[in-house]
Structures are given as structure tokens and as C-alpha cells.
Design a protein around this ligand. Structure first.
Ligand code: SF4
Length: 289
């Protein structure tokens, strides 16, 4: 399972190479054809391609009056740093840790083992570090927002506040791979933002309704079940719910019949959730912690 840009990139590569060949087969990609034998592009060639891509992207950006990729003060990007960027995006792409439920699990099992076996700082460690940093950022952002008067509701609100309170001890520190593993194993820090369902999952295995096939270490965010005791919602989620409800109503206005009615019903359900948040929300000033 992969996200759409990855699938699209693979489909493009499949059209560039003859059937049955490697996606980065050097015969198909090395147009000078100076190398003999089989195999994929070398690490050096891939590093050059990354630089070529930046040059091309900047030419296009300049032609269209867009922002260019600035010169890198640390020199060429190369495959090492490209991997680090990859890990950063996996941990933080829109949906944040939602992506991890899909892609990270896949990468860890399919790719990471191979990389990790070959180098001490394999992608396995990079993913752990970036995931831990994303987790700390999530709880640190929540902590700052709560201190600024953000309201929170839901059965897991108290646990979310407790997790947020631990943030200051981690912020600003450099996280090593070992510390990252400790952070990821800390059940108190299991806070996942789920923008698709406009809620925050404060994961506790015993309470999770999404784990039909036995307890797991991470929630199935793509199969979130309304009414789960791990749900918390903030004022920001309530705003998001109302925005989404308005968009559904607008869509419903253009769709006649049962489909339009269903869209209206969904909009009403989302507004009800936002209203329930407003009625039950609490803040740090209410002394919940
Ligand atoms: S069902 Fe519960 S545990 Fe699963 S993702 Fe939703 S809130 Fe988290």
C-alpha cells in the first residue's frame, strides 16, 4: 500500500523501462550507455539525478515566477540526505502519523530491514528518529495551545492533557535513535492527530475499537470508530468539523435525491459533534489536569 504520489511515480517508471526490468535499470536510464552489465543506477548517478532535478525544478519555477529551491548551505543533497528527507516526509506528511499506519509499517518491514542491515544509520533509525520528533512536535503543539486557552473534549481529553504536559522535557533536545525508540515505546506519548476524522487519538490498546484482529501497538487510524474511548477533540477540530459540514452542504445542494440527503445528514452529524465539543469542552483553567 502506498500514497498516490508514490504510485504515480512507480507507474511512470514502469513506462520508462521495458517489461521485467528493474525500475531504475541502468540500461533504460543511463542514456550515454557507457556502463556494461546488469543492475540499477549507482548511488553516485542517483545523487547527480537529484541535483539535476533541482536544476530542472528551478528553471520551471523561474519560468512561472514561482519560488525556487534555495542553494543548500551544506552542499549537495546526495542519497544519504535524500533518505533523511524521505523519513521526515513519511513522519510528517499531511495526516502526520496517519501516514505511518500505512507507509511506515510497510517501509519498516519491506525496505528498512535491508537498509538497516547494511549501515548503522539505516533508514530504520531515521524513521524512528523522525517519528519520535513528529510525536514530540504533536504533544508540544498541543501543550502550547492548551496553555493559550485551547479547549479539549472527549473521553481521552484528560490523557491528552497529561501527554501534553510531558512535552517540555523533550522539546529542543537532539534525539538519538535510542531515545527515539524509548519515546515511541512510551505509552503516555501515544498521541496521534487524525485530520481525516477530525479528532486526536490518544491510543490505549485496551480501549481501542479499531483493533478487531487483536491488540496492536498502533491504532488503525484509517479505520477509526466513532465512540471509541481514545478520542479527544480540540477547538481546532470543532472548527474543522464545521468547515467540512459546510462543504458537504454545498455539495449536497448540487446533488439531488438520496445522495444529496445523505450528504446533508453527514453535515448534520459533523455539526452535532462540533456542538457536543462546545458543550463539554474544558481548558487548563478549569483545572482538569
Ligand atoms: S478507533 Fe479509537 S484507537 Fe482506533 S484510531 Fe480511532 S480513536 Fe484511535
Amino acid at each position: 500500500m502506498a500514497i498516490a504520489p508514490v504510485v504515480n511515480a512507480i507507474r511512470v517508471l514502469e513506462r520508462m523501462v521495458p517489461p521485467g526490468q528493474l525500475l531504475f535499470d541502468h540500461h533504460a536510464h543511463d542514456l550515454r550507455g557507457t556502463r556494461t552489465g546488469t543492475g540499477s543506477l549507482t548511488v553516485h548517478s542517483l545523487g547527480v539525478r537529484v541535483e539535476d532535478f533541482i536544476t530542472w525544478a528551478n528553471q520551471e519555477a523561474t519560468a512561472h515566477g514561482l519560488e525556487v529551491i534555495p542553494p543548500d548551505p551544506h552542499g549537495r543533497i546526495g542519497t544519504e540526505r535524500f533518505r533523511r528527507s524521505l523519513a521526515w516526509h513519511i513522519a510528517r506528511r499531511p495526516g502526520g502519523l496517519v501516514a505511518l499506519a500505512i507507509q511506515y509499517g510497510h517501509l519498516r518491514t519491506s525496505v528498512a530491514a535491508g537498509y538497516a542491515a547494511r549501515s548503522r544509520d539505516g533508514i530504520h533509525d531515521l524513521l524512528d528518529v523522525e517519528t519520535a520528533r513528529a510525536t514530540i512536535d504533536t504533544v508540544a503543539d498541543l501543550n502550547a495551545a492548551l496553555e493559550n486557552g485551547l479547549g479539549i473534549s472527549g473521553p481521552a481529553a484528560r490523557r491528552a492533557i497529561k501527554a501534553a504536559a510531558t512535552a517540555p522535557q523533550y522539546t529542543g533536545t537532539v534525539i538519538t535513535a535510542r531515545q527515539a525508540r524509548q519515546i515511541l515505546a512510551n505509552p503516555q506519548l501515544a498521541v496521534y492527530e487524525n485530520p481525516h476524522t477530525l479528532l486526536m487519538c490518544v491510543y490505549k490498546r485496551a480501549k481501542a475499537l479499531c483493533c478487531h484482529r487483536g491488540p496492536k501497538d498502533t491504532p488503525s487510524l484509517d479505520q477509526c470508530v466513532p465512540g471509541c474511548a481514545n478520542i479527544a477533540r480540540t477547538d481546532q477540530h470543532a472548527v474543522g468539523l464545521r468547515h467540512y459540514a459546510t462543504a458537504l452542504d454545498q455539495q449536497a445542494g448540487r446533488v439531488p435525491g438520496p445522495l444529496g440527503e445523505r450528504l446533508h445528514d453527514n453535515a448534520t452529524r459533523l455539526r452535532d459533534l462540533a456542538d457536543a465539543h462546545d458543550r463539554t469542552r474544558t481548558t487548563l483553567r478549569d483545572g482538569i489536569a
